[in-house]
Design a protein around this ligand. Structure first.
Ligand code: DQA
Length: 154
């Protein structure tokens, strides 16, 4: 069975005190706790990480395989990083782009996502629920794949 990775990019470590009008009051640790709780309900394991260093994120992505599902909040790199797009398309892991805020309803520079075209879909604007809904989808994808390979059902 593949794995689910939730990777977070720059400044998401500041959640809770960072522009709460856009990002809410929950910390990333709060969100991680809920992600693990839900993952337990779905019978899947999640690797949840955050980094402020783009090369570190690229290295983490390079370790994924086509069996894995990547849930990614790339923060500001969403709007700037061709390297990130290339890393995601390079490993062929199914990827879901997520954002707490609605990137289409803010500054014009946030509307463009460099990674949207190499992701299966995008969930944004739903606050922390963007994480939980993406997790639900990722769990379904992995469980369906496991059933097809006659592995343990989730
Ligand atoms: C964000 C949106 C980005 O535009 C911003 O740079 C972030 C957070 C979000 O989760 O809403 O850092 O990805």
């Amino acid at each position: 069975m593949g794995k689910i990775c939730v990777f977070n990019g720059p400044n998401l470590n500041l959640l809770g005190r960072r522009e709460p009008e856009h990002y809410g009051h929950r910390t990333l640790a709060d969100i991680e706790t809920e992600v693990h709780r839900l993952a337990g309900e779905y019978g899947v394991a999640v690797d949840f990480r955050q980094t402020n260093h783009e090369g570190v994120l690229l290295d983490w992505i390079a370790e994924l395989t086509e069996r894995d599902v990547l849930i990614i909040n790339a923060g500001a790199w969403t709007h700037t990083s061709v390297a990130l797009r290339d890393a995601i398309s390079g490993v062929k892991a199914l990827a879901v782009e997520i954002h707490l805020s609605n990137i289409h309803a803010r500054e014009a520079f946030r509307e463009h996502s460099a990674i949207a075209a190499v992701c299966a879909g995008q969930i944004c604007g739903l606050g922390e629920s963007s994480y939980y809904l993406a997790l639900r989808y990722a769990a379904e994808v992995l469980c369906r794949a496991a059933e097809n390979h006659e592995e343990r059902r989730c």
